[in-house]
Design a protein around this ligand. Structure first.
Ligand SMILES: [Zn+2]
Ligand SMILES: [Zn+2]
Length: 106
C-alpha cells in the first residue's frame, strides 16, 4: 500500500500518486497530473520550487512552426502525455543565489 503524501506541485492536495523522474520520485495529485498534460511541470528537488511552461508556447518558442524540426516532433509526441520533470537545482535555490552573489562581489 502506498502512503498518502503532500503533492509536490500544488502543495495543497494529498495523494498516493507518484511519478519517477531522473531526480527521484515526485508525488503528484490527480489535479496536477491533469495539468501536466497541458504544461511541462518542472519540480526542483532541492528547494521544492515548481515551474510550469505551456506546451504550445514551448513548441512555438523552441521549434517554431517547422513540422520537420526534431524539437517540434518531440514536443508533439509529448502533447497529451503527463510531463513532470525533476530538476536537481533551480534559479530560486538559496545555494545558487548565494553563489551568484559571490561572483558579483569578486
Ligand atoms: Zn497537486
Ligand atoms: Zn530550487
Amino acid at each position: 500500500m502506498s502512503k498518502i503524501v503532500e503533492c509536490c506541485v500544488c502543495k495543497t492536495n494529498t495523494t498516493t500518486n507518484t511519478v519517477e523522474t531522473d531526480e527521484g520520485t515526485i508525488a503528484v495529485c490527480h489535479e496536477c497530473a491533469d495539468d501536466a498534460k497541458k504544461n511541462f511541470i518542472f519540480v526542483c528537488v532541492q528547494c521544492g520550487g515548481v515551474f510550469k511552461r505551456d506546451k504550445e508556447e514551448a513548441e512555438l518558442r523552441w521549434g517554431g512552426k517547422d513540422e520537420s524540426n526534431p524539437i517540434v516532433m518531440g514536443l508533439k509526441k509529448l502533447k497529451d502525455q503527463q510531463v513532470i520533470i525533476g530538476i536537481s537545482s533551480c534559479i530560486e535555490c538559496p545555494e545558487v543565489a548565494a553563489e551568484e552573489e559571490e561572483i558579483g562581489h569578486a
